[in-house]
Structures are given as C-alpha cells and as structure tokens.
Design a protein around this ligand. Structure first.
Ligand SMILES: [Cu+2]
Length: 100
C-alpha cells in the first residue's frame, strides 16, 4: 500500500513539473528574415503557425526587438528561430538565432 502511494506521488510530481515547464517555456518559432530596420529597431519575419502567440496561420509581419543587438545576429534571407512576446503595443522579439 505504502509503495503504491509513493509511486502515485512520484507520478503526480512528474506530471506537475512537466506541465509547469511547458507553460513557462515560450516555444521557439521558425521563420525567415524579410527585412531589417535598425533605425526603427524592427524586423520583418515570415513565419509558420505560432500558437504561443495566438497566430494559427503562417504570415509575414513586423516585430519590434527587445534589444537592438538582436538585429545584428541575423540578416535578410536568413532562416531563423525566434521567440516573441505579445503586448498591447505589438509583438516584440526577445530572442533570435540563425536556424541550424
Ligand atoms: Cu505573426
């Protein structure tokens, strides 16, 4: 009996941790750089569905960048993976890397 309770508790903990990790993690989105505007701190990205941002369909759109240095990591035509967060003022890229 005791053993069953321990196993059940361990399983419940594992499921709980996995769920928390999924909720906290921002999913990386695959895309392609279409345009970079360093002056305005903006980047135009073509990307596939991004459910984490509530975008069900592929699209091309302009994002602000959290840090202007992010714009130096990529160039037009690069395939990238990025993370972004949405706010009332628009979407901001928080992380971007060239796809491997
Ligand atoms: Cu979008």
């Amino acid at each position: 009996m005791n053993r069953i309770i321990r196993i059940t508790a361990a399983l419940a903990l594992t499921v709980g941790l996995t769920t928390a990790a999924l909720a906290a993690g921002t999913a990386a989105i695959s895309g392609e750089v279409k345009k970079i505007d360093e002056g305005a701190g903006k980047i135009t990205l073509k990307h596939g569905p991004a459910k984490s941002l509530g975008m069900e369909d592929p699209m091309t759109m302009v994002y602000r960048v959290k840090d202007p240095a992010l714009l130096k990591q990529v160039k037009v035509g690069d395939k990238v993976t990025f993370e972004a967060e949405g706010a009332a003022t628009g979407y901001t890229v928080t992380k971007i890397d060239k796809a491997k």
